[in-house]
Write a new protein. Structure first.
Length: 107
């Protein structure tokens, strides 16, 4: 089997024999801060950049941002419905008052 290893199933588990990760071509150079800390064996480079480690946090932040905006839109819709209901109620009260006034003048 001459297939190259993947992240989940590397060809070797020895970090010194693994090929170093290359930066992706669609990212601008220097956009991610390289994490130079080492874990495990002495001198083995860490395979994840700080940007990759912060992705779940960024996704959660974006998700919460969307949820907050959706909740604000729902609150605004409820306020609009309430305002329209109160306006109709006020118009009905105004018509009743005008009618009562007209009835009082006619008698």
């Amino acid at each position: 089997m001459n297939t190259a290893g993947t992240i989940d199933r590397p060809l070797t588990h020895d970090p010194k024999k693994q090929a170093p990760m290359k930066p992706s071509t669609n990212e601008p150079a220097g956009s991610a801060i390289e994490d130079t800390t080492t874990t495990g064996t002495a001198g083995s480079p860490q395979n994840r950049t700080r940007e990759m480690q912060l992705q779940p946090e960024a996704l959660a932040r974006a998700h919460m941002h969307d949820l907050l905006h959706e909740a604000e839109r729902e609150r605004q819709a409820v306020r609009l419905v309430t305002a329209r209901r109160m306006q109709r109620r006020a118009e009905r009260a105004s018509r009743r008052a005008r009618r009562a006034l007209a009835m009082a003048v006619m008698q």
